[in-house]
Design a protein around this ligand. Structure first.
Ligand code: DMJ
Length: 662
């Protein structure tokens, strides 16, 4: 029998010597074995104690795999390339779809460059919130007051919500600051409508939860690559644009746990003053100031108002120009501002003309007039300047106050300027008469110069340059116009009201056609009317669908004002198309080509998808008392603003608070 340790044949000078076998260890060997065993035991005990996952794991392989999965999740963030240099032209593409920070095959960079090149070519010639109270309104209550929720029956089609300043001369009593918007109970809609509304709510949850999982605190989500998306309109930093933009949608849907987590992030982490890169004055106003002010109106939580003040204050240096018309971009940290490279010395009409609602309301809720003064100075320039053919060109030089290129559009670069003329009048309950007069004059000119009818009878808004039709093309962005004309029609009874409603119906129909004529049933970024082609995109960069809301915005307004079932039906078609083509495991993506039956995604979940697209779709299947058009005006990013003297949640400040003094 051999011993425990191996025996070796030993040689001495090449001659084998006899081996001696042993049955026991020497003392030194025993010490060695005991100390090896002791060390092993201590290491095992330590690992079990400090690494619970190691202990609980069924095998060591599982633990290693779970660590690998975590690194894989973090990986793309670590590998994300740094933002490009500020003066890189590719960072500043066309307004509304600006992106930067991601090179290579990001379709938006390619798209932006194409659009930019095209434009250049063209223009060279709370406290913790309580859950909303889902109460049934006491009988006899009105549908108007926020504390007196719902209605007994869906109202008859009403074209009569005309501004009536005499209705409440002193206005409703304002409410104390703890008063919150109460979501009205919808006791009227049938099971089918409720199911559709719940579908949209579930879409919001899917968009929010995936943003939370993969991009929390970043501006937007890349739903296919499951990571944050950098956008130059927000300076490429981490301002949580999706959180701020999506908050009021969460609130009106009653998603209060999500609302609370968003509020927590805004209070703890949203700090615009620290941003050391360039933000778009316009986008920051409509999404951040607008979103925060809506949350303030809905909840009375002063944290939202104070954050809105921080944002607006960070933008103010951009207004230091000879005319008061702001530059396009501002760096909050060093206060430097400048224009987009592609716009030369000019500011953009739709940008500088879309600050009025936010800046005026901010002055009202803080008592600080500085914001109103900024907005009014811009208004005065536009009121006094000579308008070629009664229209407003898309470019204006803030140093000279002179127009740039005489290119006019109700789509990109022009759109929301016109929208805000109407809404400034609506939200002041008719007080801002100048705005309504400017709106009506501009629309007279627009209908005369831009409104065209195709061979098959589709009405559309073409683009005008130097007084002539420039392109027989309508942007998806201009599809908000159906809703705008309808609001203009029903809010004032005058000689053009009927015409406005007729145009509203026709434009909304055309925008629906642009959806219906695609394989995905989602509408292209722009569509043309040229010979046999009608309401279809022709160029590849026009075939994208960027999760935009404008068409649904018009369906919503048309539904509320006419009660024609087709608008709900069209909205439901859109919901189904979004679910079929845009929904991915990690959220919702835009599409590269709406004419493909299986289109490639653009891998961006836009913040306005939560702020606007899903909000309008939800409201279409909700009762009219939810954000009633009699009490609320939606800013251009679908953030609801209370109507002065009509909505008790207006929350006008009594006096300038110390921390709000200039
Ligand atoms: C939104 O940010 C706003 O509606 C803006 O006025 C223009 N476009 C986008 C959505 O398409």
């Amino acid at each position: 029998m051999t011993g425990i340790l191996p025996t070796y044949q030993r040689f001495v000078n090449g001659v084998p010597v006899p081996t001696i076998s042993r049955r026991s260890f020497r003392l030194r060997e025993k010490y060695l074995i005991i100390s090896v065993l002791l060390t092993f035991g201590i290491v095992w005990l330590g690992a079990s104690f400090y690494l619970p996952e190691f202990k609980s794991s069924s095998s060591v392989n599982d633990s290693v795999y779970s660590v690998y999965k975590r690194i894989q999740k973090v990986g793309p963030e670590l590998l994300m390339p740094p933002p490009l240099a500020h003066n890189d032209l590719s960072n500043f593409p066309v307004v509304g779809i600006v992106r930067h920070g991601e090179e290579g095959d990001d379709p938006h960079i390619v798209e932006d460059r194409n659009r930019l090149q095209a434009k250049i070519d063209e223009d060279m010639g709370m406290k913790v919130l309580e859950r909303p109270q889902f109460e049934v309104a006491p009988s006899g209550s009105s549908s108007r007051g926020p504390s007196k929720p719902p209605v007994d029956a869906i109202e008859e089609p009403s074209l009569n919500h005309n501004i009536n300043k005499d209705a409440s001369p002193s206005g409703p009593k304002s409410v104390d600051s703890s008063h919150k918007y109460i979501i009205p109970v919808d006791s009227n809609s049938d099971a089918d409508v409720r199911k559709k509304r719940e579908t949209v709510k579930e879409m919001m949850r899917h968009a929010w939860n995936n943003y939370k999982l993969y991009a929390w605190g970043k501006n937007e989500l890349k739903p296919m690559s499951k990571r944050g998306h950098l956008t130059s309109v927000f300076g490429g930093g981490e301002l949580g644009a999706t959180i701020v933009d999506g908050m009021d949608t969460l609130y009106v849907m009653g998603l209060m746990d999500e609302f609370r987590e968003g509020r927590e992030w805004i209070q703890q982490s949203f700090r615009i003053r620290d941003v050391d890169s360039e933000l778009s004055v316009f986008e920051t106003t409509i999404r951040f100031v607008g979103g925060l002010l809506s949350c303030y109106a809905l909840t009375g939580d002063s944290m939202f108002r104070d954050k809105a003040v921080e944002v607006a204050d960070a933008l103010l240096p951009a207004f230091e120009t000879p005319t008061g018309i702001p530059y396009a971009l501002i760096n909050p940290s060093n206060k430097a501002s400048r224009q987009y490279h592609w716009a030369g010395a000019n500011s953009i009409l739709a940008e500088v003309g879309t600050l009025h609602l936010e800046f005026n309301y901010l002055s009202d809720v803080t008592g600080n007039e500085v914001y109103r003064q900024k907005a009014n100075r811009i208004r005065e320039v536009f009121n006094n300047i000579q308008k070629p053919d009664g229209l407003y060109p898309n470019y204006i030089n803030p140093r000279t106050g002179q127009w740039g290129q005489r290119h006019m559009s109700l789509g990109a670069l022009g759109d929301s300027f016109y929208e805000y003329l109407l809404k400034a009048w609506l939200v002041t309950n008719g007080e801002d008469e100048q705005a309504r007069a400017m709106f009506d004059e501009a629309m007279q000119a627009a209908l005369e110069k831009m409104l065209r009818v195709s061979q098959s009878g589709l009405s559309y808004l073409a683009e005008v340059k130097y007084g002539r039709i420039f392109e027989e093309k309508m942007d998806h962005l201009s599809c908000f116009a159906g809703g705008m004309f309808a609001l203009a029609s029903t809010s004032l009874d005058n000689s053009v009201s009927e015409r406005y409603m007729d145009v509203a119906r026709k434009l909304t129909h055309t925008c629906h056609e642009s959806y219906d004529r695609s394989d995905t049933k989602l509408g292209p970024e722009a569509f043309r009317f040229s010979g046999a082609v009608e309401a279809r995109a022709m160029k590849s960069n026009e075939k994208m669908y960027l999760l935009r809301p404008e068409t649904f915005e018009s369906y919503f307004i048309m539904w509320r004002l006419t009660k024609e079932q087709k608008y709900r039906d069209w909205a439901w078609e859109a919901v189904q198309a979004l679910e079929k083509h845009c929904r991915v495991e990690g959220g919702y993506t835009g599409l590269m080509n709406v004419y493909h039956s299986k289109p490639q995604g653009d891998d961006v979940q836009q913040s306005y998808f939560l702020a606007e697209t899903l909000k309008y779709l939800y409201l279409i299947f909700a009762d009219d008392s939810l954000l009633s058009l009699d009490e609320w005006v939606f800013n251009t990013e679908a953030h609801p603003f209370p109507i002065k003297d009509k909505n008790p949640l207006y929350r006008k400040a009594d006096k300038i608070e110390d921390n709000q003094k200039p």
